[in-house]
Design a protein around this ligand. Structure first.
Ligand code: HXC
Length: 513
């Protein structure tokens, strides 16, 4: 028996060493942690149970029979994060550069299947040179097996992908189908074709970092939702993100213990400037509403004219979508519509109530927007709100103009409660533009056209640039003081706690992709 135990121990020790100490040292030299170290920092102490530590690849070509590494370049298993069951796979760059073989893929599929059946999140820690080149189509098949499961798991359990090294070729498509992607500044990159292929095909000279580094995907493409400073920071961010999510689509969003008090926030009264054309930071409004320090922004550097993120309100997880007057006056455009639509759909998948803070002058005009399909992309956000069945509340802080009024979670598309501050302006368009159109003849024939325009502008503003027309029609449920916003929202979300919506039976809707 002793001999057999020794054999088992030596095999497990061999597996734990991955590609060997030399390659582990090389990984450390790059400022990166190993797969096992990442799991150690991610999961609750001592909770991780490994599955498949003794798996080996089946490839016999190119002398591969002589190169066997127990575990085959990926560490898979389950454990807990903040006491909650979580499945994880971490690619081990020290074994064939973390490349994906048939058996490597089978290990990942096994934990994904378990996660779907048992209703718990899956975290993928990606660090891989892509398809295991020696295995050819076996590897491609392995990728497709994972892609298929990503889709089966979508909307059933949360899926998070951390990119902690290279991620090239079709390998990027598994992360792309998960709910959130995180990249590490300076050490991770994602692209379908690398700089060499780009040079050959398009003659562009571009570095890996510029083509697909964290900065590029955070600011330009929006592929990554979050950026971490290093591997440890990335593990911390995954833990924080998960803390806002339920375990699966049948579960409720987490509610921490909280005793409701007076909840007035005086600071909210002084944020919106007197001059309606002056910007202010919507994040000050968010901070004034949510539980102290709980706002966790997603897509911070992308489409900054809209702010999305998770927070807690009286201990309850909520998702926030807010126009940002500090950037492009908070206008809706192609990128902000896509960003917000994806976020709304995630929250709806996982029963996370939605709070919308609205200050929007409309959709951004221009050829660039029209030719980049603002029609289809704006419709994404309209569709996402309209199909969401989670509790939905809107607070109009200032402008709610034109089509953007309808789109931003209006009463008409199913919002449950619509509040407005006294500073709200709810109209088809701003007073100046409106007056120029409807009083055109009167202004042109006036002795002093400029003075006439001003007079008409004032008249239009007095009639429409307020929340009272909308309140009279019941499109706004209540005009509230900014200072009482937090208290109103806590009560309204509690009132909506058991909301049930039954939709007509169908296979699935046809979101304008
Ligand atoms: C097998 C691989 C490998 C791969 C790296 N290695 N990539 N083995 N298949 N895809 C091995 C190397 O031979 C080396 O082995 C070790 O991993 C580390 O690689 P290095 O090149 O020394 O590391 P580094 O300099 O850090 O460069 C990392 C790298 C580079 C940028 C990832 O290795 C690289 O470009 N690899 C090829 C990437 C690629 O073209 N993949 C296929 C993409 S197409 P030793 O023994 O020396 O430690 C694809 C299709 C998927 O993925 C389609 C799905 C639909």
């Amino acid at each position: 028996m002793d001999q057999k135990l020794t054999l088992l121990q030596s095999k497990l020790a061999e597996s734990a060493l991955g590609g060997g100490q030399q390659r582990i040292d090389a990984q450390h030299k790059k400022g990166k942690l190993t797969a096992r170290e990442r799991i150690h920092f991610l999961m609750d102490e001592g909770s991780f149970e490994e599955i498949g530590a003794l798996v080996t690849h089946r490839c016999t070509d190119f002398g591969m029979s002589d190169q066997q590494f127990l575990g085959d370049g990926v560490v898979t298993g389950y454990g807990t994060i903040a006491g909650r069951l979580t499945y994880v796979f971490a690619q081990d760059f020290t074994v064939f550069g973390g490349s994906l073989s048939e058996t490597h893929a089978e290990k990942i599929c096994k934990v994904m299947d378990l996660a779907i059946k048992n209703g718990a999140p899956v975290i993928g820690l990606n660090d891989s040179g892509g398809a295991r080149i020696q295995e050819g189509v076996n590897s491609l098949g392995g990728y497709a097996d994972i892609f298929y499961r990503n889709v089966q798991a979508s909307g059933v359990v949360p899926q998070i992908s951390a990119i902690l090294g290279p991620c090239a070729g079709g390998a990027v498509y598994s992360p792309a189908m998960t709910d959130f992607i995180m990249m590490v500044e300076g050490s991770s990159y994602m692209f379908v074709t690398g700089p060499n292929v780009v040079k050959t095909v398009t003659n562009e000279e571009v570095s890996s970092e510029e083509l697909g580094g964290a900065g590029t995907h955070a600011g330009k493409s929006g592929v990554t939702h979050l950026v971490a400073a290093n591997d440890m920071d990335c593990m911390d961010k995954i833990k924080r993100l998960l803390s806002y999510f339920p375990q699966n689509c049948e579960d409720k969003a987490p509610q921490l213990p909280y005793t409701v008090g007076h909840e007035f926030r005086e600071e909210l009264s002084n944020i919106v400037p007197e001059n309606a054309n002056q910007p202010y930071d919507i994040k000050d409004v968010i901070a004034g509403i949510v539980d102290m320090g709980t706002f966790f922004e997603i897509h911070e550097r992308y489409a900054e004219n809209i702010v999305v993120g998770f927070a807690r309100l009286a201990g309850r997880s909520i998702g926030i979508v807010a126009n940002q007057p500090m950037n492009l006056a908070g206008v809706l455009d192609v990128n902000s519509s896509k960003k917000a639509a994806r976020f709304v759909r995630f929250c709806d998948c996982f029963n996370i109530p939605l709070l919308v803070l609205e200050d929007v002058p409309g959709f951004l005009p221009g050829t660039d927007q029209e030719w980049n399909a603002i029609i289809t992309n704006g419709a994404k956000l309209l569709y996402a709100f309209s199909e969401a069945t989670v509790p939905r509340i809107t607070v109009i802080t200032r402008k709610a103009y034109g089509g953007a009024y309808d789109v931003m979670n209006s009463k008409h598309i199913g919002a449950d409660m619509n509040f407005a501050w006294p500073t709200a302006e709810i109209a088809v368009m701003g007073a100046k533009g409106a007056s120029e159109i409807i009083f055109k003849k009167e202004i042109e024939s006036a002795a002093d056209p400029a003075a006439k325009l001003l007079e008409k502008e004032r008249e239009y503003a007095e009639t429409f640039a307020n929340p009272y027309r909308a309140a009279a029609r019941g499109f706004i449920d209540e005009v509230i003081q900014p200072r009482e916003t937090r208290r109103k929202l806590i009560k309204a979300f509690a009132m909506l706690e058991h909301k049930v919506v039954n939709r007509p039976r169908r296979k699935h809707g046809n979101v304008p992709l």
